[in-house]
Design a protein around this ligand. Structure first.
Ligand code: NAD
Ligand code: MG
Length: 399
């Protein structure tokens, strides 16, 4: 039930993994928050179902046309809009208090940008926004007063730990990584792993793109870049440690040597909820740590030889400029080509590195330049062939 005090949310990417976690959170906070807008790309039936339950004022579809959607699929009081422009409009609308940015890939940038430009509070799951245009987005947010609250579990953990000290007292941000499904796989086996192997994540249930990114550790690379711009610390103050249980979501080390961590079972509903209730905390739907059973937490350094994508994250976080946009675009194309069976697993990082090395770097790009570099990198990545691809059979596509 909506009240005058309810936070009105525009959820961009309502049908995805984060989108449905956000639906769970809002369902459990009656009166405190309501959906004003729900958006999806092509899964209109699922969007219509969510509209049936939550009765937002607006629904937006970006990947299907009006004539593809069954008449009367949506409740009559929901206004259904079509196209990317409508996502940006609803993100910036006066009636929107908070925008949850949960579209996958650089496609999430436009709506997030519109929200930041309009000075909204943004619960940011779409890490690609910060990878592609981090410095531009934070500068814009400083100008408009927009607040960026992280949803990515590692960044939420760091955001929470940072509240225990002053910025100048921080020594290191320590991002934890699960290590993905191939953490213990010998290097010589990695060339042969299939998309189905890579989609089988040991601790997290996520959308397909981020699941492949976790398997290559490109996800952690993107998160290093995300942390660089979101928190404003240089790459040399960011570290990655592998923690297979995914219970410690990340840590901050302060100058006196004290390390503060945030712990909880791996479930994205907690960081989504925290981003929506911050600076308060409320009871919710996330599971609790069960300390009645014995369990161990372990930590190990990442293996940069088997997971070379991770190094790219540190390099790009150091370079800034157009490097993030190019790395992200190259990786997005590489992941879809891997899922289509056109590239082997190890070629994802190889392709990304070679496109990054070939690009025309600019240190202080405008948004237009960043978007142009994104398009260039996508074209290059679609046409990229490995010199080694003749000797390495491509894996079979997922059915
Ligand atoms: P997903 O694939 O499950 O869902 C993506 C959502 O975006 C869907 O609602 C889809 O309809 C929409 N979408 C897809 N392409 C679109 C396009 N071109 N234009 C407009 N909408 C489009 O993805 P996800 O796993 O929920 O991830 C969403 C974002 O959150 C990603 O940036 C990911 O890195 C980040 N994230 C996800 C998790 C997780 O646990 N899933 C954790 C941390 C961060
Ligand atoms: Mg994460």
């Amino acid at each position: 039930m909506a009240t005058d005090a309810s936070k009105r949310i525009a959820l961009l990417g309502a049908t995805g993994s984060i989108g449905t976690s956000c639906q769970d959170v809002v369902r459990a906070q009656p009166g405190r928050m309501v959906f004003d807008t729900l958006t999806a790309h092509s899964r209109w039936r699922e969007l219509a179902q969510a509209c049936d339950e939550f009765r937002p004022r607006f629904a937006v579809l970006t990947g299907v046309r009006r004539q593809d959607v069954a008449a009367n699929a949506f409740p009559s009081e929901v206004t259904v809009l079509y196209g990317d422009e409508a996502v940006a409009e609803r993100a910036a609308a006066d009636e929107t208090d908070v925008v949850v940015s949960a579209i996958v890939g650089a496609a999430g940038l436009r709506g997030t940008w519109a929200a930041v430009e309009a000075g909204k509070t943004v619960a940011l799951a779409n890490k690609e926004t910060m990878v592609v245009a981090g410095p531009l987005v934070t500068r814009l947010a400083a100008r408009t007063g927009s607040k960026l609250i992280p949803v990515d579990s590692e960044h939420s953990a760091i955001f929470q730990a940072l509240q225990c000290g002053h910025e100048r007292e921080v020594a290191r941000l320590i991002l934890t990584a699960s290590g993905g499904p191939f953490r213990t796989r010998p290097k010589e086996h990695l060339a042969q792993v299939t998309a189905a192997d890579a989609l089988d994540h040991p601790t997290w249930d996520m959308g397909p793109k981020i699941t492949i990114d976790s398997a290559t550790m490109m996800n952690k690379a993107l998160e290093v870049i995300e942390a660089r711009w979101l928190f404003g610390f240089p790459a040399d103050q960011i570290e990655v440690v592998v923690h297979p249980q995914s219970i410690v979501h990340s840590m901050v080390e302060f100058v006196d040597g004290s390390v503060l961590a945030q712990l909880s079972p791996p479930d994205m509903r907690l960081p989504v909820q925290y981003a929506l209730t911050w600076p308060e905390r409320t009871a919710g739907v996330s599971p609790r740590l069960d300390l009645s059973q014995a369990f161990a937490l372990s930590f190990e350094p990442p293996d940069l030889d088997r997971f070379p994508a991770l190094n790219l994250g540190f390099e790009v976080a150091r370079q800034g400029g157009t490097a993030g946009a190019v790395l992200n675009a190259a990786n997005e194309v590489a992941v879809s080509r891997f899922l289509r069976g056109e590239l082997s697993f190890l070629e994802i990082a190889r392709l990304s590195r070679s496109i990054l090395a070939a690009h025309d770097f600019e240190a202080e790009p405008t948004l237009d330049v960043v978007l142009r570099q994104d398009r260039w990198a996508r074209e290059e990545a679609e046409n990229w062939t490995s010199l080694m691809s003749h000797s390495q059979p491509c894996v079979s596509p997922i059915p």
